[in-house]
Write a protein that binds this ligand. Structure first.
Ligand code: HDE
Length: 770
């Protein structure tokens, strides 16, 4: 940990400059069909403390790891046994009555092996089935800046997990897509789940959020309808992991409250470059409660250290085929390579009086609390530094429940949250077939547990004593209840008055104002992405009346121009007038825009391809490679085929990937070094030209030195002038060239700069044949 006082650079920066964004970098990760663990040499020393050392180095500090250590099993050097510990002599041949005779029932080893196999699947999650999880810890900052109103977070909450900066609380975080099944591709257009289990000393706290701060619906009662509409259609079970079909848009076009969420889902937020490069949100308004029982409202925000970054749509579709595990492998690979993805936890704190002044209801989960109204105050950071040993035991069996809270954290009456408090417990019964799911190692708290629940399927604990009831005298009435001052959880004593009623509050009816705020806050390329996404999604809808309703009843109430742009691409007559519910405000907030949030000051973890063949200029290759690696990027040599490539000067380099196994979409940038033979060979490779053209199309940085620029010229990148007419280093639209190959230092600087920008949206989108 490079910040021993527990205060991250991000926190420092937010304090100093008022910036709300994370600190490092941006991007990348990785992909590929094989693990890149071999690249660990490129990780900067400063960020490599964790990982594989985490278990040895930090075990003594990490109570969850200590607990898990007790159940870890390692077969290395051991003898094969049955489940019951009997040594097995042959696990390939069943026991038969004579060599070619029938198998005998007596074969206990066969029966056990087959029964285990027959029962080894459990129901997948009904939503968020596809996911990936890792271990880490959370540590509060020592002295978080809470603005003018509050000095100390302890004034606001008694939850030590949020306030005690000496304490590293173990966490397990699972990221997920929502709609697809367990085996669906990672890069579909979808919301991402962001669920963290904090194993606190006061019991488990689950912050079960998403990477988008609002939700589709306002009341839990609508959730089964939403999910039925968006999941594959019930007759033919298609399409997989996609909203682009009639039933979803039918539902959406009849629910105006969905519009704000739809704007986010059509944007780059639904195409994250990596799990470690997206924001996370608790979505609902929660409460923080202090020692005195006083409460404030709170919204939770996760801000990634590696800037929030997106893929582009064409790229996501290609990645879904080239590497459907793109996000999953990225998360594992970077941690295995020694990087430690971080997220800063921020809070927006406000009270009843503030809430009364907003033009929306803070209990309505289709609304954000704009950061212009209430700033996000960073209070701590989460570091993810260890991959699981076993996917099933840890990632599949981890079970979250928003009802898992600790003293100092409480709920509100958000009707979506209230319904979730029932659903998660219930769904785990379906997944595990037992109420004892909390006893599974990954779910078990590190806090002690004592109660009178002692039975049920698969009970693990052996509870001693005769008295499993209260009150009792036989067991001296233990386990005893603890009053609030001794740590007992007390629900916030909110005063409630009213009649039982089944309706939707008037205060939940403002559906378009924040959808318009979101639209207004986008850069023009981001707006174009939203329009293009609407063309795709609604273009897949067969029924004209559904497309019309989306344009006339929804988008035309967000922004008239937007509605017209969508209409033009989906065969709907553009509306002539703005919708009668369209808000007239022109408010915007740059923090809602991925591109405007970007820090763009680091390239740590970005994945860069170097296209190489025999005859390359080794100075060009080595100088740039080492600069990129010093900056924390991950560099791969890509060639037509695997094997050693020989430089002009006789030195060699080994290809990490060939065009057979990799593609431009799996990288963040490409570099072509000089060497005439090298470039002549590349010019004969359609794959190399396609690599460059596709990089250009997806707006990613491209660099070439010396003769390498000839490859760029052969592709005719629109708007990029021929390099050989110019002198020195040329950098335009994220294309960096040094035709003489003599000014490698400033060439490298320009390239690093271009990579830090991530995408170069100024490029003309349509003219590249890729
Ligand atoms: Fe969930 N959700 N959800 N959800 N949700 C589940 O629980 C549900 C909602 C979220 O990695 C299920 O264990 C209802 C909002 C995440 O294991 C289920 C409603 C948010 C995950 C369920 C919502 C979420 C889930 C399915 C509306 C963001 C994955 C499997 C009232 C704040 C957790 C499971 C993991 C999973 C119900 C809405 C986030 C069925 C009824 C809003 C990240 O219980």
């Amino acid at each position: 940990d490079s910040n021993p006082d527990g205060r991250g650079d991000q926190q420092q920066r937010a304090t100093d400059g008022g910036s709300d964004e994370p600190d490092v970098i941006d991007d990348q990760s990785d992909d590929e069909a094989t693990s890149d663990a071999d690249e660990s040499q490129s990780a900067p020393e400063s960020s490599r403390a964790g990982t594989s050392d985490a278990r040895e180095g930090e075990t003594d500090e990490n109570s969850k790891q200590e607990q898990l250590e007790e159940v870890r099993e390692n077969p290395e050097g051991e003898t094969l046994t049955t489940d019951h510990g009997v040594t097995v002599s042959d696990t390939d041949n069943s026991l038969k009555a004579s060599e070619r005779g029938p198998t005998i029932m007596e074969d206990f080893h066969f029966r056990e092996k087959m029964t285990q196999f027959d029962h080894e699947s459990i129901p997948e999650r009904v939503v968020h089935a596809r996911g990936s999880g890792v271990h880490g810890y959370f540590q509060p900052y020592e002295d978080p800046d809470l603005g003018d109103e509050y000095d100390d977070l302890k004034e606001l909450t008694k939850a030590n997990v949020l306030t005690d900066s000496d304490q590293k609380t173990p966490v397990f975080t699972r990221f997920s897509t929502v709609v697809g099944s367990r085996g669906s591709p990672d890069t579909v257009r979808d919301v991402r789940g962001f669920a963290t289990k904090f194993y606190t000393e006061e019991g488990n706290w689950d912050l079960v959020g998403n990477n988008i701060p609002v939700f589709f619906i306002q009341d839990a009662m609508e959730f089964p309808d939403l999910v039925h509409a968006i999941k594959p259609e019930p007759d033919d079970a298609t399409p997989q992991a996609s909203a682009a079909h009639d039933t979803f848009w039918d539902f959406a076009s009849l629910k105006p409250e969905i519009t704000h969420m739809i704007m986010w889902v059509l944007s780059g937020r639904a195409l994250p470059r990596a799990y470690r490069m997206m924001q996370g949100f608790g979505v609902h308004t929660f409460r923080l409660v202090n020692e005195e029982g006083d409460a404030k409202f709170v919204k939770f925000h996760w801000t990634p250290k590696y800037d929030t970054s997106q893929l582009v749509w064409d790229e996501t579709q290609k990645i879904a085929g080239k590497n459907p595990d793109f996000n999953r492998m990225d998360l594992y690979d970077v941690i295995e390579e020694g990087y430690e993805p971080e997220f800063e936890l921020g809070v927006q704190i406000f009270d009843e009086e503030d809430a009364a002044g907003f033009d929306f209801d803070v209990l309505d989960p289709t609304k954000i609390v704009p950061e212009s109204e209430v700033p996000v105050q960073p209070i701590g950071k989460m570091v993810l530094n260890e991959t699981p040993d076993n996917f099933f035991a840890e990632v599949e069996q981890v079970a979250f429940h928003p009802g898992n809270v600790v003293p100092g954290i409480d709920f509100t009456n958000d009707p979506l949250l209230q319904g979730r408090l029932f659903s998660y417990q219930d769904t785990q019964l379906n997944r595990f077939g037992s109420a004892n799911w909390d006893e599974i190692p990954i779910n078990r708290p590190v806090a002690e547990r004592h109660n009178n629940q002692r039975a049920g399927f698969m009970r693990q604990e052996i509870n001693e004593g005769k008295a499993s009831y209260k009150p009792n005298s036989i067991g001296d009435d233990y386990p005893e209840e603890a009053p609030e001052e001794e740590g007992g959880y007390e629900h916030y004593a909110e005063k409630i008055e009213g009649k039982k009623i089944r309706n939707r509050s008037e205060s939940f009816q403002n559906h378009f104002s924040q959808a318009r705020l979101f639209w207004n806050s986008m850069t023009e390329p981001e707006k174009q992405n939203i329009v293009d996404a609407a063309h795709f999604e609604l273009g897949k809808v067969d029924r004209t009346e559904i497309r019309e309703r989306m344009v006339y009843d929804m988008f035309n109430n967000v922004d008239h121009e937007f509605a017209k742009r969508v209409a033009e691409g989906i065969g709907v007559e553009p509306p002539e007038e703005p919708g009668d519910q369209m808000p007239t405000h022109d408010r915007e907030d740059s923090r809602l825009s991925i591109e405007q949030r970007r820090d763009a000051d680091s390239i740590e973890t970005r994945k860069i391809a170097v296209l190489v063949d025999d005859g390359y200029d080794s100075d060009h290759l080595e100088t740039i490679r080492s600069t990129l690696q010093d900056e924390g990027a991950r560099v791969k040599i890509v060639s037509k085929l695997l094997g050693d490539k020989e430089a002009e000067n006789g030195s060699t380099v080994e290809a990490d990937k060939s065009h057979v196994t990799t593609e431009s979409v799996l990288f963040d940038a490409v570099y072509i070094p000089g060497g005439q033979d090298n470039v002549d060979a590349l010019l004969e490779q359609g794959e190399a030209k396609h690599f460059v053209a596709e990089m250009f199309k997806h707006k990613k940085p491209i660099a070439a030195a010396g003769e390498g620029t000839e490859l760029l010229e052969s592709v005719e990148l629109p708007g990029v002038d021929e390099a050989n007419d110019q002198e020195g280093v040329i950098s335009e639209q994220g294309v960096v060239m040094d035709p003489d190959g003599e000014d490698l230092e400033s060439f490298a600087e320009e390239f690093v700069d271009a990579i830090a920008q991530h995408r170069h949206w100024e490029r003309e989108p349509t003219e590249v044949p890729a």
